[in-house]
Write a protein that binds this ligand. Structure first.
Ligand SMILES: [Zn+2]
Length: 454
């Protein structure tokens, strides 16, 4: 029984589900709709919010959405006026330009800034770490669209169609939650090989991030693919700092220069021991103003390397980076943590979307133009809303704590959505937190029949 004095944790103004959904709908209402008017029974905004409902409730397929099409909760929680069928939703969203989805992310980001929720993510000299990486989310030998990437089997000539996107998220080594920015689709026109494709999408994404956040101070963290001269020059031109993986195989000249700097006393080495089960020797080496490679001798970078040695002297782990940040004895360990936070785009973002209930790799519908891309972007947006709640909404945090795992949280969300009539997500969260559904008097079938007899 709910204690009469129980007061549910407050939701934070603007930074909980209901106001964020309201804001997303307002923006979606502004999307251009080029459809023939006779064909407009369902608005673009209703189609966008229907997809948001699928991803917020973590439906494993659109069949689940179709089954709850007449559920009043869809209208009240997701502000849908007329719920389209899954087929109509796909048809309306297919021609939508993916770039139109970007402002939806930026609106949530601004609310996080306004609510001071980003402050704990400041990492170094007022800058945020932005981790960027690509991931695949669709592959098929049959289904394809205009923007599918293609892979041809060299022996059989068989073509595999696939989709990838470049994700970016504000991360911090001390915080589990990540704040995804709008991803950039990697599309067919981007180039002939994997590296070309990812690089071209990277160029577009960086320009867009700078246009959308002109004053944001950023340190971009990426893997070894990114530590090439054209990319670093673009980062500099956009006034972004960088901390990029560097491998000896790709940067033979640079690593020779590091050894030379060390021999000439221009490098610094720090050593310390971590007392664990087995004592671990840790070492950081850094040096400044080294040429990135022979053909770009004018492009100088700073070099940072972290190594862990086992007690027998063998290398357990080694990571190296190039950066334009000034490395000191005091900040070197901190910067290593920043470089290693790059993994959060894989572990806390892509892996969560693939393995923790979001079904990123499920084909919700491919379309002929942009549908596959639009669905992936809206799923990332639903993830941003969830991360914002995890970070800023005490009511959501209390529900999450009670149910322990994300999976259990999504299960409860779906079952309450199905069985309780709620007028907001706050209401639904309160129902889960206090087991309100169990307090509902459910009439027996016989009593209902008696009540109907005059
Ligand atoms: Zn496609």
């Amino acid at each position: 029984m709910l204690h009469p004095d129980a007061i549910p944790p407050k939701t934070r103004r603007h930074l909980s589900f209901d106001p964020l959904i309201r804001q997303i709908r307002l923006r979606a209402k502004l999307f251009p709709d080029t459809r023939d008017e006779s064909n407009c029974g369902y608005s673009m905004a209703d189609a966008v919010m229907s997809a948001m409902a699928v991803f917020a409730l973590k439906d494993p397929s659109l069949l689940f959405f179709q089954q709850r099409r007449n559920d009043e909760n869809l209208k009240s929680l997701f502000r849908i006026l007329n719920v389209p069928s899954d087929t109509q939703m796909r048809a309306i969203l297919d021609p939508l330009e993916p770039d139109l989805i970007r402002p939806l992310f930026n609106d949530v980001f601004r609310q996080l800034q306004r609510g001071k929720a980003l402050e704990p993510y400041t990492f170094h000299e007022g800058c945020y770490l932005v981790s960027m990486d690509g991931t695949g989310y669709f592959s098929s030998k049959k289904i394809h669209c205009e923007s599918c990437l293609q892979k041809k089997n060299s022996k059989t000539g068989e073509i595999t169609y696939h989709h990838q996107m470049l994700g970016a998220a504000v991360v911090h080594p001390d915080h589990k939650q990540v704040i995804p920015l709008a991803p950039e689709p990697i599309i067919k026109q981007d180039g002939d090989n994997k590296n070309d494709c990812e690089r071209n999408a990277g160029k577009r994404l960086l320009r867009k991030i700078r246009d959308e956040h002109p004053n944001l101070k950023l340190i971009v963290v990426e893997d070894g693919l990114a530590s090439n001269a054209p990319h670093i020059r673009q980062l500099k031109s956009l006034d972004m700092r960088f901390l990029l993986g560097a491998k000896p195989d790709d940067h033979e000249h640079l690593f020779e220069e590091v050894s030379k700097a060390e021999a000439e006393g221009r490098a610094t080495t720090l050593r310390w021991t971590v007392e664990a089960k087995e004592a671990v020797q840790c070492e950081i080496r850094f040096a400044h103003d080294l040429p990135l490679n022979k053909s770009n001798a004018d492009l100088l970078v700073n070099f940072l390397q972290y190594t862990e040695y086992a007690s027998d002297g063998s290398i357990r782990k080694r990571f190296s980076w190039v950066t334009d940040l000034t490395i000191t004895r005091d900040n070197a360990r901190h910067l290593v943590l920043g470089g290693r936070a790059r993994w959060k785009i894989e572990n806390e973002t892509f892996n969560t979307l693939k393995n923790q209930g979001y079904h990123l790799e499920h084909n919700f519908g491919h379309g002929e133009q942009n549908l596959s891309v639009i669905f992936a972007m809206l799923m990332m947006l639903a993830f941003l809303v969830d991360q914002t709640q995890e970070l800023c909404c005490p009511l959501f945090q209390a529900v999450h704590k009670k149910l322990v795992s994300r999976r259990s949280l999504w299960d409860h969300l779906r079952s309450h959505f199905r069985h309780c009539r709620c007028d907001s997500m706050q209401h639904l969260h309160e129902a889960i937190l206090y087991d309100l559904a169990k307090e509902m008097p459910i009439p027996t079938f016989a009593s209902r029949r008696r009540a109907r007899v005059p």
